[in-house]
Design a protein around this ligand. Structure first.
Ligand code: SAM
Length: 334
């Protein structure tokens, strides 16, 4: 092997052992190790006692976490890196541990990728929250709250809702975006629409945010129920359309058009592919995640969203990329 070949070989090795890195992170989060490390600099022995684990094995885990830049090591003491301090300490507003736990939960499904590619069918039919056990649903909705919480500041900054008084957040899950938009726009009242099972949890998030006077809930199924007529200035559809196929998504968007006032805005928030369907990378990979976990879902491309919106009665369609891996596609009701 020549030197010039090594980067290519290394790239393949990194892809092959990528799951080692995931499992090291999953395990540290399951032990809530970064919250424990927040107490100060600890030795491997002290950490092993705190997590009730084997000392030699704990030391190996800590060293691996240092190599992943999640901890720092000075002599034989370990401490959180700035990244871990920001996102991995339970109770912090930016905590991502529940979202990481959600990725851990998906590993059994991903192990069935070969079968799914052969058959084209999902391995798990738990894509509709009615079929999810309540514990899994709470995990899922809490995970959605984690990732939404780190995106709300940018969403509120980039989404100009001046003058808007009413917002409907369809499939709003924890309602994190509706709550943040209502807080950022004091004139705005928001309704979070979601399935009955989810709405019970949504109410808890709204109560915790102490904004129940301006953010309310509505239980329903967006495939079966209408959203009203001429009622809203803005409708947010965040991370819903990747669950369904073109026919269902077009139906949902037509109902959104009916529910908007004239010149009202629809805001789609998704992992959006470009026209090659290969980029951005996260959206291309996420499409397989939807293949594995839903009956008809996928990542869709910008031209597909444009076509659906135009067919549903929207124009002035524009795209705003967020700094993270997702995109807003905004249209105005004709
Ligand atoms: C990936 S989560 C997105 C939550 C939130 N919009 C966000 O972006 O953080 C998908 C949400 O869609 C809801 N959902 C899925 N199918 C639905 C349906 N047929 N009717 C209403 N809500 C639905 C789920 O309950 C879940 O809250």
């Amino acid at each position: 092997m020549t030197d010039t070949n090594y980067p290519k070989v290394d790239y393949l090795l990194q892809l092959s052992c990528g799951y080692w890195k995931s499992y090291i992170l999953f395990t540290a989060v399951e032990f809530d190790l970064f919250t424990i490390m927040n107490k100060g600099r600890l030795t491997a022995k002290e950490v092993s006692q705190a997590i009730q684990a084997n000392e030699r094995a704990t030391e190996m885990l800590l060293n691996a976490l240092v190599s992943l830049r999640l901890l720092i090591k000075q002599e034989n003491h370990y401490a959180n890196s700035s990244l871990s301090n920001c996102y991995l300490i339970k109770g912090n507003p930016n905590y991502l541990g529940d979202y990481i736990h959600h990725f851990h939960n998906m590993t059994d499904t991903w192990a069935m990728l070969r079968e799914t590619i052969e058959t084209g069918n999902p391995v798990s039919l738990k894509d509709l929250p009615e079929e999810v056990d309540p514990h899994d649903l709470r995990d899922f909705i809490t995970a959605m709250h984690n990732i939404a919480s780190v995106k709300t500041e940018e969403l509120c900054r980039k989404l100009d809702l001046k003058g808007a008084k009413t917002l409907l957040d369809i499939a709003g899950g924890p309602g994190t975006y509706a709550i943040a938009l209502a807080k950022a726009n004091p004139e705005l009242r928001a309704v979070v629409f979601d399935l009955e099972h989810t709405i019970r949890l949504t109410r808890e998030f709204i109560a915790a945010a102490k904004i129940g006077d301006r953010v309310t809930t509505q239980a329903g199924n967006c495939l079966e129920d209408g959203f009203g007529e001429n009622m809203y200035d803005v409708i947010l559809v965040s991370n819903l359309l990747h669950i369904y196929n073109t026919a269902n998504n077009t139906r949902i968007l037509r109902k959104c058009r009916d529910a908007l006032k004239e010149c009202g805005l629809i805001v789609i928030h998704e992992f959006v592919l470009d026209e090659t369907r290969t980029h951005p990378q996260f959206a291309a990979l996420f499409s397989l995640n939807m293949l594995l976990g839903t009956q008809e879902g996928a990542s869709y491309s910008e031209p597909e969203y444009q076509e659906w919106l135009a067919n549903a009665g929207f124009d002035d369609i524009k795209k705003i990329d967020l700094e993270s891996n997702s995109t807003l596609i905004i249209g105005k009701r004709r």
